[in-house]
Write a protein that binds this ligand. Structure first.
Ligand code: SER
Length: 316
């Protein structure tokens, strides 16, 4: 039997992953934790506790007390926010990971860990189109530097201590349940909310800024598939590229306008433009497809339909 700990359960990924894991492994076997309260369904459908991953002692006690066998460590400061508090963001992103890695070394009952990486590990010197799995990684954001360092550490802990830690370089994640917090790809979530709330949106990236993106359901499915894959099939012990779909704000606007012809977008770039410009426009994810059978269900059309419907229902 698995007992699963999700750290960062109130966040954009965590709030959906907890529900998916509970469906699979049973409500009481998935322990949701965060430093703040999570959405009602996360707090009501199974165990939830306020827990700070930076508090090593409490973390270890929690893991031992609840006989945790798997950890999903999702807590992080995202790219935009990290640029505002560089040293603090580095400390949070790195120390929390090191706490979880060391815990896995000390507590052998913890058999498997998931930790998310990001397209932010790439930088301006990376090939921008169809970015390969193995390529130049010279990130120039604090978030990207912390994700790249994290990738090096998880591979090291796997090789040196045999810890089974798995990772995905997520593209921009799009969902309506919990809004993203402080990322560069957040425009692709905000645009849907503003379309419905106001019928207009001022975009902080230029209309031709193409980035890889993915609907949350596909991201959750990929995450669980990777965590359930046969360990011997995993050739990448840093983090797997995931392509999702690539589009720019102009193309997404046109897709929304098919449902809302009067929707209007204006453009005013801010500091996140430089971050977006340093990231890939499209990704090669053939290694993930080959190793563990990565697949997707959503393209830009299906994504737009489900986002507009979901937000309309949520906002009443
Ligand atoms: N979506 C994230 C961000 O924009 C990238 O991992 O920060």
């Amino acid at each position: 039997m698995e007992n699963i700990l999700v750290i960062g359960a109130a966040g954009q990924i965590g709030s959906e992953l907890v529900i998916a894991l509970r469906k699979k492994y049973g409500n009481n076997n998935v322990f949701a934790t965060d430093i703040k309260e999570a959405p009602a369904d996360v707090m009501q459908s199974g165990p939830f506790q306020i827990l700070d991953v930076m508090d090593n002692n409490r973390l270890i006690h929690f893991v031992i007390r609840h006989k945790i066998t798997q950890i999903y460590h999702l807590a992080a400061v995202l790219s935009g926010n990290a640029e505002k508090i560089p040293v603090q963001a580095w400390n949070i992103n790195m120390q929390s990971l090191m706490n979880v890695l060391d815990l896995a070394k000390e507590v052998p009952e913890v058999k498997r860990i998931f930790w998310p990486s990001s397209i932010a590990v790439f930088g301006p010197s990376t090939p921008r189109y169809s970015t390969p799995q193995f390529t130049i990684t010279e990130p120039n954001t604090v978030y990207g530097i912390s994700k790249l360092a994290g990738e090096r550490w998880i591979e090291y802990y796997h090789k040196r201590y045999g810890i089974d830690i798995r990772s995905i370089r997520y593209p921009g994640l799009i969902s309506y349940k919990t809004e993203a917090g402080g990322g560069t790809t957040d425009y692709a979530v905000e645009i849907f909310y503003e379309a419905i709330r106001k019928g207009k949106y001022e975009c902080f990236l230029t209309e031709e800024t193409s980035l890889p993106m993915m609907f949350m359901d596909d991201a959750i499915q990929a995450t669980i598939d990777l965590m359930e894959a046969d360990s011997t099939k995993l050739s990448v012990r840093s983090s797997y590229n995931l392509a999702g779909m690539s589009f720019n704000p102009r193309e997404l606007t046109a897709e929304i306008q098919k449902h809302m012809p009067d929707f209007n977008v204006t453009y005013k770039s801010d500091f996140r433009q430089a971050i977006a410009d340093s990231w890939p426009a499209s990704i090669d994810d053939s290694v993930a497809k080959e190793d563990w059978g990565l697949t997707y269900k959503y393209d830009i059309k299906a994504l737009t339909e489900v986002m507009l419907k979901g937000i309309r229902e949520k906002l009443g």
